[in-house]
Design a protein around this ligand. Structure first.
Ligand code: PLP
Length: 374
């Protein structure tokens, strides 16, 4: 069986974990946390990077930092992971779901302005498959209506929009290091703080609502409870693992890219024959090869293709039931039909994509897809 995902290990994870253990400092914000955060601040030019236990946590931090209150509205795509919405629902927001573009799952920037009301507090673009949303349009709307922007960049490490790193454009950017992402730590995440006004407060919310970080820097002579917050920081064990991965980022990215291009080359004929569609990478975006997906013509093709692949030992998957149709949120949705979101829900297939996937395995998967469409 070719699995859908397999975590890649660089080989130095355990060495760094042992080092962290031997240093007798295992809670958060130690040596490896600082190394990882400095890496992001230098490499990606984020004003401030804070490691979290998950991207879900980073989204929840962003929601607190935006002072989301009951009655506030937050605009985001319906075609996304539940955490994008949950983080804001937890603070009482009403989610206003935007449809995807017809050509790719990112939200349709042309339809956003009509969703903005006096209560709109934030827009949350999700860079699906690590491919940038049209950020100029989104940032201009945010400026015009005085709305904040949180980029869900969970899948988008190392990708850019017009040469700017994703996650560094909006007020906040959130990343995931879950084992299904490009760079991993099992579970893990990060908040990029780009809004200069949130720099100080972000650290307080990160450390349970205390000014502990300022205390350890000697800026205050005692620390205490100064705001709401939670325990968002991961332990040094997780940060040590992550640091070993970050050191190998280029190698990981170039290998994934090769796999992605092999899929694309092998399937472009089926696309030009009108049998399926392939990912679109707009000119303003780079591709971090997080995911290779195909979009089938209809739901029954999708179902049959998945069965065919499974029968031949290939584990391909689909995902994201549109959130506006979820059991939990359906009754709160305003009834608009989001046809593109539903189309991706019904027709998208994700093919196996991981560092150790060999050229032969990809060829085998391609062969089985061609066999299906014969
Ligand atoms: C993976 C993912 C998340 C959640 O990440 P965790 O680190 O598992 O919390 C959120 N949003 C998107 C778009 C994701 O792909």
């Amino acid at each position: 069986m070719i699995p859908f995902n397999q975590p890649f290990l660089t080989g130095r994870e355990t060495e760094y974990i042992v080092d962290a253990v031997n240093s007798k400092k295992l809670s958060g914000n130690g040596k490896y946390t600082k190394l990882c955060q400095a890496y992001f601040e230098n490499e990606f030019r984020f004003k401030k990077a804070l490691l979290t236990s998950s991207c879900t946590d980073a989204l929840e931090m962003a929601s607190i930092l935006l002072d989301i209150e009951p009655g506030d509205e937050v605009i985001m795509p319906s075609y996304t992971f539940v955490s994008t919405a949950n983080a804001f629902v937890l603070r009482g927001a009403k989610i206003v779901f935007a449809d995807s573009r017809a050509d790719q799952p990112n939200m349709d920037e042309e339809k956003l302005e009509s969703l903005i009301t006096e209560r709109t507090k934030a827009i949350v673009p999700v860079h699906y498959a690590g491919v940038a949303c049209e950020m100029d349009t989104i940032m201009n709307l945010a400026k015009k209506y005085n709305i904040k922007v949180v980029e869900d960049a969970a899948q988008a490490i190392d990708s850019t929009y017009k040469d700017k790193y994703l996650g560094g454009i909006g007020d906040f950017g959130t990343f995931s290091f879950h084992e299904t992402k490009n760079i991993i730590s099992g579970e893990g995440g990060m908040l990029a703080v780009n809004n200069p006004q949130a720099l100080g407060r972000s650290e307080i919310i990160w450390e349970k609502g205390t000014n502990r970080a300022a205390f350890f820097r000697g800026e205050v002579d005692k620390y205490g409870w100064v705001d709401i917050g939670s325990s968002f920081l991961p332990s040094e064990v997780v940060a040590a693992f992550l640091y070993a991965q970050l050191e190998k980022k280029s190698e990981i990215q170039s290998r994934r890219s090769r796999i992605w291009n092999q899929y694309r080359e092998g399937l472009k004929e089926l696309e030009s024959d009108g049998k399926l569609s392939l990912p679109v990478i707009p000119e303003y975006a780079t591709n971090n090869a997080h995911m290779f997906y195909i979009v089938c013509l209809n739901a029954s093709d999708r179902k049959n293709l998945l069965v065919h692949l499974k029968e031949n030992g290939v584990h391909a998957v689909f995902h994201y039931l549109s959130l506006h149709k979820s059991d939990f949120y359906r009754d709160n949705h305003d009834g608009r039909i989001l046809e593109n979101s539903d189309n991706f829900s019904d027709c998208l297939v994700r093919l196996p994509m991981f560092y150790d996937l060999t050229e032969n395995q990809v060829n085998y998967i391609l062969e089985k897809i061609h066999e299906f469409y014969k």
